[in-house]
Design a protein around this ligand. Structure first.
Ligand code: C2E
Ligand code: MG
Ligand code: MG
Length: 599
């Protein structure tokens, strides 16, 4: 390093001259300071690359100067060679403990001096290169961090602030002890359906359109974030009373009444909202979003386009839900699920045509639990798949027994949940059960709902075909309550439409629902399908359905769902068994049904 600058500190100027002479050929810039104080004062100006420091000096001695330099943030890395006449080991040790990088003994030997100076200057240079490299790296890291920060804090699709950005803002609000805010968690309803029907590209455009519309509604003190997928969150920083929050909720819900125009397609969609109000009890953004999520979950349970404010009671409900989930898992292992059967009757002859298998949970402490209480949860956890298969197996075994007793015309209807319908092993599982029980597949009727079909119409068509090719019958359950699948209906080779109880119950009342029953029966006839009315409870309902020429019926008027043994005793015990069951007087059957417990 020819142009390196070296500061020589020595109270004796002769020593400087000696060093000057010894290093003459090396081409360094040499500077001189006669005291430690003068050396320190000259540092900023000279910016030396190396110091040759005499130990014994008046004023600050070499050790003290060395200490000072090594504790200075600017000069700590400046290499120091102590030049000393001291030669005791302790003296040399003192040099190093003061922070010196090397030492050289007086009288100074030329080659030794040149070698030590060179090697320390090389080290110095390498150190400086490393520092420059580090500094450049740090600039790069800072730049990249800023880029990543921008990526993390923005949702790539909508360009709205992301969940991370929202968390940050919420954390700041909580830190500022501001609790007059509200968090509105928004989730679009049935977005999967949109994805399935229109594809991802259009769905993404729809999400951008939703983001743009919401952005216009958010007040200037608010923040709209996209939490990923089809979830958004509005933060209202100043609520100034619940009315403002309610007003915003209503405005948001109203805004969904206008369709979103995406690539020339008008898409109607609804959203549910879960709302949580700021409270001093909240200490983290996660808590707030968790509670808003719980409120949203409850809103979803209420139906599309609903909203719910978070209430601490909801926590308990979630805990209960988890407990129920655990109980249900154990129930399967402990064989607590049992199957009841409800007769399905030919409405013209009032003969028994078949039975519907309906699951019940024989709970060790709660008694018999109705499926309405656990099927929806099993649907979300996926437990409905093994339990549904168990019901199918038990129902097929039961049908086999009845077929062996001579009741060969009876059909067995078994409900298939959406999850089961989407299960890739469904066909194999059914084949196994058919093979194991040996029943005639033509006597098995699988009941699926409209939503099972509409969730994935293309797959459903193939699956229904595969089931039909095995002679299995297909029934559309709760027909009329889901999305209208009329457009698809002709593509499915189903056998039966089951009119939902909510329509049957309205049959006597002149409402639009009354017309629905009429329409479904006509539709069924036109498509060549059997129509079964569910939930027949009264004689006038039965008579009206008979007038409308509805082929099949099921309901408490005939019988509630019963254990297999009771079904046998009440309906399948006649000596003329295979000719079927015919109630002598329907009102008696009704009285019987109403005087019994619910199952
Ligand atoms: P679903 O398949 O529509 O079954 C008919 C429901 O209506 C049964 O309720 C039945 O007891 C009830 N019902 C029948 N007639 C009458 C009546 O006259 N009046 C009244 N008030 N109700 C009547 P249940 O057994 O509580 O089952 C409810 C739902 O749970 C079923 O509706 C079905 O969707 C589901 N479910 C039941 N068992 C199973 C199963 O094994 N697997 C699956 N996936 N779902 C099942
Ligand atoms: Mg059913
Ligand atoms: Mg039904």
């Amino acid at each position: 390093m020819p142009s390196a600058s070296i500061l020589i500190v020595d109270d004796d100027p002769n020593n400087f001259d000696v060093i000057d002479t010894l290093l003459d050929a090396e081409g360094y810039q040499l500077h001189y300071a006669s005291t430690g104080e003068a050396a320190i004062a000259a540092l900023d100006h000279l910016e030396p690359d190396l110091i040759l420091l005499d130990v014994m000096m008046p004023g600050l001695n070499g050790f003290e100067v060395c200490h000072w330099l090594k504790s200075s943030p600017t000069w700590a890395t400046l290499p120091i060679i102590m030049v000393t006449a001291l030669s005791e080991k302790q003296d040399l040790a003192r040099c190093f403990s003061a922070g010196a990088n090397d030492f050289i003994s007086k009288p100074i030997h030329r080659l030794e001096l040149i070698a030590r100076v060179r090697s320390l200057l090389i080290l110095r240079e390498q150190y400086q290169q490393l520092e420059t490299f580090n500094a450049q790296l740090e600039v790069k890291v800072l730049k990249r961090t800023a880029q990543l920060q921008a990526i993390i804090s923005h949702d790539a699709l909508t360009q709205l602030p992301s969940r991370a950005a929202l968390n940050q803002t919420l954390a700041e609000l909580l830190q500022a002890e501001n609790s007059a805010f509200a968090v509105i968690y928004l989730d679009c309803d049935q977005f999967k359906l949109i994805n399935g029907s229109f594809g991802y590209a259009l769905s993404n455009q729809l999400l951008r359109a939703i983001a743009a519309r919401l952005q216009q509604l958010v007040p200037s003190d608010g923040l709209l974030a996209c939490l990923g997928g089809n979830e958004f969150c509005i933060l209202l920083r100043q609520t100034s009373g619940i009315e403002r929050v309610k007003w915003l909720i209503q405005t948001v819900l109203d805004s969904f009444k206008t369709p979103f125009s995406v690539s020339g397609v008008n898409i109607f969609i609804t959203a549910c909202l879960g709302v949580v109000l700021g409270h001093s009890d909240y200490s983290s953004p996660e808590q707030l979003l968790q509670d808003a999520g719980i409120a949203l979950y409850r809103a979803k349970q209420q139906g599309v386009g609903s909203y719910q404010f978070f209430d601490p009671q909801m926590h308990q409900t979630m805990v209960d839900r988890l407990a129920l989930e655990n109980d249900l898992k154990r129930a399967l292992d402990r064989q607590e699920f049992v199957v009841y059967y409800q007769p399905i009757v030919h409405l013209k002859t009032l003969k028994i045509a078949g039975l519907e298998a309906l699951v019940r949970w024989q709970h060790p402490t709660r008694g018999l639990v109705a499926p309405g209480e656990f099927i929806p949860l099993m649907e979300t956890t996926g437990l409905v798949v093994p339990v549904g298969l168990l019901v199918l197996k038990l129902a097929c075994q039961q049908l086999h027994r009845w077929q062996q007793q001579g009741w060969t015309d009876l059909t067995m209807s078994v409900n298939l949940s959406v999850r089961q319908f989407a299960c890739p092993t469904l066909l194999d599982d059914i084949d196994q059960i058919l093979a194991a029980t040996g029943i005639d597949p033509a006597r098995l009727k699988l009941e699926i709902t409209e939503s099972a079909i509409m969730d994935n119409a293309e797959t459903a068509i193939v699956l229904v075909e595969a089931l039909r090719s095995r002679q299995i019958q297909i029934s559309i359950d709760d027909f009329g309550t889901g999305y209208s699948s009329l457009g698809y209906l002709h593509q499915f080779s189903v056998n039966d439409l089951k009119i939902d109880r909510s329509f049957t119950s309205q049959i006597q009342v002149l409402t639009s629902k009354y017309k629905v029953v009429d329409t479904i029966i006509t539709l069924g006839k036109q498509l060549g399908l059997t129509v079964t009315a569910e939930g027949i409870e009264t004689q006038p309902q039965l008579e009206r359905l008979q007038q409308l020429d509805c082929e099949m019926g099921q309901g408490y008027l005939f019988s509630k769902p019963l254990p297999a043994a009771d079904i046998e005793a009440r309906f399948l015990s006649g000596r003329d068994a295979p000719s079927g069951w015919r109630p002598k007087q329907v009102p008696i059957a009704l009285r019987l049904a109403l005087s019994e417990p619910p199952f």
